[in-house]
Design a binder for this molecule. Sequence first.
Ligand SMILES: [Zn+2]
Length: 119
Amino acid sequence: MNYMSIPSFKNQLIKSNFEKIYAHEKAHKNAAGALAGAIVIEKNAQGIPVGGHVSIKMPTLNPKNPKRTIEQADTVINSAMAPSDPSSQDYKVAAQAKSIKSQAIDLQNKQKKRLDYYA
Ligand SMILES: [Zn+2]
């Protein structure tokens, strides 16, 4: 039994997990631009990275500027789907942004109609 292999295996795991998780979170962050927060890597009690996240600002429906809501929602959707291995949480974020986007599109269409009517 080679006891030396135990810490080196752990170090390898720390390194490979960190790189995998960091690459995933970095893809989100790069695609989200100004809407992204800092990358957080979570570790277990042994110090091995087990997960990570980066907070992305979800747009709210802005009745005064639905176009901006649509643009922000597109950024969030792209960011959520940016990693090569999106998680179930990532799909949820994308779905939420898509729902906000469709509400903003509806609002924009209604506003356009109103403008046409008064034109
Ligand atoms: Zn993710």
